[in-house]
Design a protein around this ligand. Structure first.
Ligand code: HAM
Length: 420
């Protein structure tokens, strides 16, 4: 050790998840996983870092993520690698690499993983955040778009998130986007004097991204700019209408948003974002869209795809803001009143755990009163109390911690009784 005894702390923009938050977080993950499996998604795990090329080609060189936010480094062998800033490009890379286009399509994959972006940290925006996400690759059916949105909507509902808005846009197909882009640039050139230097640069790199501007003057220019939604090709228009109709059938409310721009170059056709009114500036709790050219862009055969990613920290923040909290909970707390009984009770405790019950026991030789406090802190449903008298009679006193009632149960019946 160096002898430096200053208090160490986590890097700027990263955070520790302590047990109190872990419970709510785990609920989010459990609910998400359950939904993903009900929609027949299978889990995929890709490496934490990829060859930088995967993101350059997949996410695109005009995006902030690739231009300024990646954690890129050279390994000892001189390769350029990047920590994963998002989950879609790696999943599609794996789809191509493993020839998954030969499987029955669409191939439905889900993931739970940390993402790394060098962004300015603020509430709800971190340099390492976690997402659960889904990618359905191999179908351009608009009903799949609606299904993907319904899945995510269902996760939020089941968690009890309220105050959400679903914004829907379209990036069109290449037939829509080429001519539209020319139209937009022509409009922007007429308003060049109202654009700041940053906006002028964006205009050259990716003019659509200007709809996302924070500068009020630029926003005023963009308010009157032609919108891609009004210039969709007939095919893109039909696709869009079918998605809207399916969402209507499913009773999922949405707001059409012609200015919704998402931060990646791979998007085509449907794009969407869920925002929460419980959060501040960083209000997006999940988003996604179609990427019908991405598989081909990463060297696979032309294959459409669609997916979403949802930020776990932001969902937890929104739930907390709503006062939802996941109280700690265990099934039973074993309180052994005589130190000499702790050893003979050990197999009983293990039997309860083996039967699937969440159990804790006093490991510090405390008084009954202190043990009951500990049991309450852990959210124990039952306290199982065993003293000399009980042990000699082969029973335990089982106290219902909520109802404040207690009765004696034979030790051999504990598993059955507590499992009820
Ligand atoms: P994204 O919108 O960049 O999309 O990220 C998805 C979600 O991750 C956001 O809606 C937000 O909840 C959360 N998130 C993003 N950045 C941060 C951050 N710095 N701190 C905390 N939370 C954050 C994607 O990443 C796409 N790959 C989604 C997708 C999948 N599109 C198609 N398939």
């Amino acid at each position: 050790m160096s002898g430096d005894t200053r208090r160490a702390s986590a890097p700027k923009g990263t955070r520790d998840v302590l047990p109190a938050e872990s419970r709510l977080r785990q609920r989010v993950i459990d609910v998400a996983r359950d939904a993903l499996e009900r929609y027949a998604y299978q889990r995929i795990v890709t490496p934490t870092f990829e060859e930088t090329e995967v993101f350059v080609r997949g996410v695109g060189t005009s995006t902030d993520v690739v231009r300024k936010e990646m954690y890129t480094f050279q390994d000892q062998g001189g390769r350029s690698l990047s920590l994963r800033p998002e989950g879609t490009a790696p999943v599609v890379r794996a789809f191509v690499q493993h020839g998954m286009h030969k499987l029955p399509l669409p191939v439905k994959l889900w993931y739970l993983a940390p993402m790394f972006r060098y962004e300015a940290p603020q509430a709800g925006r971190y340099r390492e955040h976690w997402q659960f996400g889904a990618e359905a690759i191999g179908s351009s059916d608009p009903l799949l778009d609606a299904e993907v949105i319904a899945l995510l909507d269902g996760v939020y509902r089941r968690l009890g998130l309220t105050g959400l808005e679903l914004r829907l846009g379209s990036m069109g197909d290449p037939e829509s986007r080429g001519p539209y882009r020319a139209l937009l640039v022509e409009y922007l050139e007429r308003h060049l004097s109202e654009l700041d230097a940053d906006a002028q640069e964006r205009m050259r790199v990716n003019p659509l991204r200007l709809f996302d501007t924070k500068n009020p003057r630029v926003a005023a220019v963009m308010a009157d700019a032609p919108k891609l939604l009004d210039h969709l090709s007939p095919a893109a228009q039909v696709h869009r209408e079918q998605v809207l109709e399916a969402l209507g059938r499913l009773g999922i409310a949405y707001v059409e948003d012609a200015t919704l721009v998402r931060g990646f170059d791979y998007y085509t056709m449907t794009v969407f974002e869920f925002t929460s009114d419980a959060l501040g500036a960083q209000s997006a709790v999940g988003g996604g869209g179609r990427y019908d050219g991405l598989v081909e862009g990463l060297g696979g055969p032309p294959t459409p795809g669609i997916g979403f990613g949802a930020g776990i920290e932001r969902i937890v923040l929104a739930l907390e803001a709503q006062g939802v909290d996941a109280a700690p909970e265990i099934d039973c707390y074993l309180a052994v009143l005589d130190d000499a009984l702790r050893l003979p009770m050990l197999p009983v405790l293990e039997r309860l755990r083996a039967a699937g019950l969440r159990c804790e026991s006093d490991l510090r030789g405390r008084s009954l009163k202190t043990m009951m406090k500990h049991a309450a802190t852990l959210g124990a449903r039952y306290a199982v109390i065993v003293g000399d008298r009980e042990y000699a009679a082969g029973v335990a006193t089982v106290r219902d911690m909520e109802a404040h009632e207690q009765r004696e149960i034979p030790l051999g019946d504990l598993v059955e009784e507590l499992s009820r």
